[in-house]
Design a protein around this ligand. Sequence first.
Ligand code: MRU
Length: 340
Amino acid sequence: MKVNGVHYKTIWMESAEVLMIDQNKLPFEFSIHRCSDYKATCRAIVNMTVRGAGAIGAAAGFAMAQAFMSKADTEKARLEINSTRPTARDLFYASEKVFAAGVHSPALAQQAALDIALENENAGRNIGILGNELIKPGARILTHCNAGWLAFVDYGSALAPVYAAHKAGKNIHVYVDETRPRGQGARLTAWELHNEGVPHTIIPDNAAALLMAKGMIDMVITGADRIASNGDAANKIGTLEKAILAKHYGIPFYIAAPSSTIDMNTLTGNDIIIEERSQDEVLKQTGIDDHGNMHTILVASPGSPAYNPAFDVTLAELITGYITEKGVLTAGHLTPSLSS
Ligand code: MRU
């Protein structure tokens, strides 16, 4: 995708270095963060310099390759990489594939990591083409969190069909849940859509019911971090609530995700580990003042605790379809062959 006319990917590798767009600084500052070794790449995953299921998958693959290339203790590196974030399936998919290749040679590890990043990008392109077929002209689409190109290597999952529909001149409008506590919708999805000139409006997380009740939403498309074999899908906290609302109001609810997100070894959503994040994400907010200076401020009653689960699980029965790079599937058709 383009930023100020220049084509960027979210994350890439140059020799033994991993480079990524610093997502903690967006939308206020665009800068590239460099990780010279696997430990630095792990830190970037943990502190969410890089985030989003596909992008952390690519990062994990690159980190594993860096460990082999620097002749680090690769068993230890594998454990460190796999403990950075627990929920997204792509992270484990990538680290394990690169580890298996790296046992033969560091060069094969790097090639496997590059292949995974390319696979991720190609999946996004195809999800865009297939998902666009579901979007009617003039559609008003609700999305949650950021499952755009920043959450992948390029294109995205939930936003890939949106970009394709916009390019096809379908006159769509996207309603963007702000996605508290970290605000990936208000900060990242809105930034992406603005860059691409896609008409959009940020809404408070608790406004979706009102918009649906008023007939202002035609379809919902979100991403997924892990899809269990029965079709239950973990995604950013708040997704379940949108799916229940969509069912109530008879609005189609789609999950867009590459097939690498489908985990046939996880039988149901109950088996998915849900990441819990720092209370500070709920209690504090970071942004810029009118002079462009960044501040973090307390936005809750001093001394009160917070609970911050980062994901929830949407039951398969609430999901109209899964837009993958291999086709638009329904829950009963998520077969092992799709989760290579
Ligand atoms: O915690 P994050 O920002 O890494 O959250 C993951 C996500 O980006 C979302 O859950 C997204 O909707 C699906 S993954 C592309």
